[in-house]
Ligand binder design. Structure first.
Ligand SMILES: Nc1nc2c(ncn2[C@@H]2O[C@H](COP(=O)(O)OP(=O)(O)O)[C@@H](O)[C@H]2O)c(=O)[nH]1
Ligand SMILES: [Mg+2]
Length: 328
């Protein structure tokens, strides 16, 4: 997938871009048969160079940001949550506008220089170009600032692997989600920041039958009742929806987590509502200290008892999505 953290370079401010452009043009020198011709050639070369520095910088920024074609994917949702898709599009299109405006000015002032009959006239046209180009760059100053903000926000978005089938873990705090993730992960789960949750998201990789699955624990998002989530958290949940191929909902019937089973069932219903069409597998944890006697799957995440069966059931829910051949 297009990675939000990838390749967006440092965004310069309007002043920095102008410095860069005009510092470079000062070094440009030309030869000419006479003084007027020399100044004209030098002026045109300087206008061309400034144009090139500015427009290529803008175009580099426009290309560096991910293109948002499909509003329904994880990337688009994450952009929406972090900075707003429309705002990002607007800022980028303003840079496009600035690029073409400056190219237009280049044409206009190059021909003024070309037709000037004195050193003063040529110099004046070159300076007029600098002035007008500067004001165009300054005009997109706020857009450049916005892109710096966007770049910083994107760096907080975790690097999910879009190629792997993904299981998202849900359930109240202390029911054993982190414990479960450690038990099923081939290596120590990674902890990544996720916008608008204070707690880090944990990502583990589970390996079975020469396939790999991504398993995500989302503290602060899927461990609370729906009505307590704010709009921004809801959007973060929405983004997860595009990643989740199945949900594992962990119950703690021992209630040692501090949550009554009734409340846990309520959360289960709200999570189901959040992920329509996504299979939700329910498992009871901490069977070592309390066995409810229900016919649900049971496990002890702490010792690993019952965990392979839970993973097998989870993998079953996504079997139809697997390629015939294992990936490695
Ligand atoms: N007895 C028992 N305790 C467990 C089990 N799984 C987790 N715990 C304990 O429950 C507490 C919360 O576990 P944690 O994985 O941090 O829960 P999370 O908040 O859902 O991520 C910890 O003290 C764990 O040691 C289990 O299978 N049996
Ligand atoms: Mg946890």
């Amino acid at each position: 997938m297009q990675n939000l953290r990838k390749r967006v370079p440092t965004i310069l401010t309007a002043d920095e871009i102008l410095d860069k452009a005009f510092r470079k043009v000062c070094k440009i020198d030309k030869q000419g048969p006479d003084k007027v011709e020399l100044v004209k050639r030098k002026s045109m070369a300087r206008i061309a160079s400034a144009t090139d520095v500015i427009t290529s910088t803008f175009q580099k920024y426009v290309k560096a940001f991910p293109s948002i074609n499909d509003r329904g994917d994880f990337l688009a949702e994450m952009i929406e949550v972090t900075v707003g898709v429309d705002k990002l599009k607007k800022a980028l299109s303003n840079l496009d506008w600035a690029s073409s405006k400056i190219k237009e000015l280049q044409k206009q002032y190059t021909s003024k220089v070309m037709t000037s009959s004195s050193v003063q006239a040529a110099d004046l046209s070159r300076k007029a170009f600098y002035g007008r180009a500067s004001s165009v760059v300054n005009k997109v100053g706020p857009d450049l600032e916005f892109l710096t903000f966007a770049r910083n926000e994107f760096r907080k978005v975790p690097d999910f692997n879009d190629d792997l089938l993904t299981f998202v873990i849900a359930g109240f705090p202390n029911v054993g989600k982190s414990q479960f993730l450690r038990t099923i992960s081939a290596a120590e789960p990674d902890v990544a920041a996720y916008p608008f949750t204070t707690k880090g998201i944990e990502v583990g990789i589970h390996e079975a039958n020469r396939r790999r699955y991504q398993v995500i624990d989302t503290p602060g998002l899927l461990d609370r009742e729906l009505e307590n989530r704010n709009r921004i958290e809801m959007q973060a949940v929405t983004a997860l929806k595009h990643l989740a191929n199945a949900i594992l909902f962990i119950l703690d019937p021992s209630e040692t987590s501090g949550y009554h089973l009734d409340g846990q069932m309520g959360l289960l219903e709200s999570v189901k509502g959040l992920f329509p069409g996504v299979p939700v597998l329910v498992v009871e944890n901490k069977v070592d200290i309390f066995d409810s006697g229900s016919d649900r799957l049971k496990m002890c995440a702490a010792t690993g008892q019952g965990v392979p069966e839970v993973m097998a059931a989870l993998r079953d829910t996504v079997k139809h999505l697997e390629q015939a051949e294992p990936m490695f």
